[in-house]
Design a protein around this ligand. Structure first.
Ligand SMILES: Nc1ncnc2c1ncn2[C@@H]1O[C@H](COP(=O)(O)OP(=O)(O)OP(=O)(O)O)[C@@H](O)[C@H]1O
Ligand SMILES: [Mg+2]
Length: 219
């Protein structure tokens, strides 16, 4: 795998309809580090995550992974870069609802360019307390189960970077703990950088984070 770290933002601005949401002169996360992005609702946390993952071009500024300038890549190359290097957990999970739990994970493996690996799927499912759900369609999962499946999908391809938007919002304490420890252990196993957006105290307390970025404002 190419060395893609560190992730560095320079002079990044995001605006909607002429209203500046945030301005970030400089921020950096290195391989293997954990970073938290905090801020009130509407402050732009999900927008920032979209910028970091190549899904929304910043209105100004650059996002680089090592020598790769994310928004200098063609759209196809950027999609490929994301598929190979990043695991994403969105606030709305974007599962394929008509697919079973296992099929969602097989699809994610294939999109990351990795071979079928049922043993890894089974390990992740049992780490996330989903072992009985492998053949259930995603549309029939509870919100907490869907969130846990979304985490398994984010880490299954052993990405260099893991990005999560409010990963514990729908979970009780026990499942939140299981999810956080899985995210941590996967990040350690892959030497991945882990970037988490959260309001959740449990996440702040559970992580020895290397960096916090606090967005202000909100609406
Ligand atoms: N496509 C869009 N067009 C116009 N405004 C948008 C768009 N997407 C987001 N916004 C606005 O930008 C602001 C930040 O949105 P964002 O989703 O990034 O916030 P957030 O910090 O993730 O909030 P939450 O904690 O509620 O998830 C909000 O006021 C939102 O209405
Ligand atoms: Mg959000």
């Amino acid at each position: 795998m190419t060395v893609t770290t560190p992730l560095r933002l320079r002079d990044v601005h995001a605006a909607y309809d002429g209203r500046v949401l945030f301005t970030l002169p400089e921020w950096q996360v290195s391989a293997g580090e954990t970073a938290l992005i905090l801020g009130p609702s509407g402050s732009g946390k999900s927008t920032l995550l979209a910028i970091l993952t190549g899904l929304r071009r910043p209105d100004e500024g650059t996002v680089t992974y090592g020598d790769t300038d994310l928004y200098a890549l063609s759209e196809t190359a950027r999609d490929q870069f994301r598929g190979q290097q990043m695991g994403l957990l969105f606030q709305s999970f974007h599962l394929v609802k008509a697919f079973t739990v296992r099929q969602n994970l097989l699809l994610a493996l294939s999109l990351s360019g990795r071979p079928v690996d049922h043993e890894r799927i089974n390990q992740l499912l049992s780490a996330l307390n989903l072992q009985g759900k492998a053949d259930q369609r995603a549309e029939r999962l509870s919100v907490g189960e869907a969130q846990r499946l979304a985490v398994a999908r984010a880490v299954i391809g052993k990405p260099a970077w893991i990005f999560c938007d409010e990963p514990t919002s729908a979970l009780d304490d026990r499942n939140a703990e299981a999810m956080l420890s899985l995210l941590k252990s996967q990040a350690v196993e892959c030497g991945a950088g882990l970037v988490i957006v959260t309001h959740d105290r449990r996440v702040r307390d559970a992580f020895t984070h290397d960096s916090i970025l606090e967005l202000g404002g909100g609406v």
